[in-house]
Structure formats: C-alpha cells, structure tokens
Write a protein that binds this ligand. Structure first.
Ligand code: NI
Length: 129
C-alpha cells in the first residue's frame, strides 16, 4: 500500500540526512522501521501484557555483592544474565527480563539504588510488532 504524508521542507531535509547517516536506502524503508519502533514503544507499557527489556549494569568492586545476588534471585523473570569483567575494577552485566512493565521498573529502581552501581541502562524490546 502507498501512503502519502504532508511534511515541511526543512523536516524532510533533516529526515533525509538522518536516514542517510543510518544507512537506509529509501525513505519507505526508514518509515517502516520508525513505525515498528513507534508501535512497539506504544504497546510496551500496557498494564496487561508481558514486556521484554534488556538492562545493562556497570558496577565497581565496591558493589554490595550480597544485595545484588538477593535482587537477582527475587526477580525470577530474569531469563538471561551475562557477566563480563571490563577491567580490574569494573564489571558489566546484561540482563534480559520478561515481565509486566511495572515489575521491570521496580527492578530498575533496585539496581539504581544499589551502592557501587555506576550506570544502569535500559532498552525496551518488542514482544511483537
Ligand atoms: Ni566481573
């Protein structure tokens, strides 16, 4: 199906530069990706469903290890966990969790509040598009 939209010159020109930087070959290809991301973001926060998130955690050696393990065991919805030693002083962990969004927000709050945690990043991922 072909859909036409109204857009001013300046916005279109910025859009064209942006899609070039990202490596899209056509506007349509970029628009389809944008629409999928938009739909995914809109549906992520629904109260009824399960949502998937990827959380990265950077912490130093001073982290309260017992607290961290306690949190990990309390959130059984964490399906995957990866630990890597960045340098002698820092560790990076990646978590994949599938749970209602409220539960994921609770987990993020716990990670952010943990002593020794330096960076918490979080990416919403689509369950379906
Ligand atoms: Ni480590």
């Amino acid at each position: 199906m072909i859909v036409s939209i109204s857009i001013d010159d300046e916005l279109l020109s910025r859009f064209d530069s942006a899609i070039k930087m990202r490596g899209y070959s056509t506007r349509s290809e970029a628009m389809r990706d944008l629409i999928r991301t938009f739909i995914s973001d809109c549906s992520w926060d629904t109260e009824d469903g399960e949502n998937i998130a990827v959380i990265t955690l950077l912490y130093g050696k001073d982290v309260k290890k017992h607290e961290l393990i306690r949190i990990q065991h309390r959130y059984r919805e964490i399906s995957t966990m990866l630990h890597t030693h960045i340098d002698p002083l820092n560790c990076l962990e990646v978590y994949v969790i599938k749970a209602p969004s409220e539960r994921i927000k609770e987990l993020l709050k716990e990670f952010r509040g943990l002593q020794g945690v330096k960076v918490v990043k979080f990416v919403k991922s689509a369950c379906e598009v």
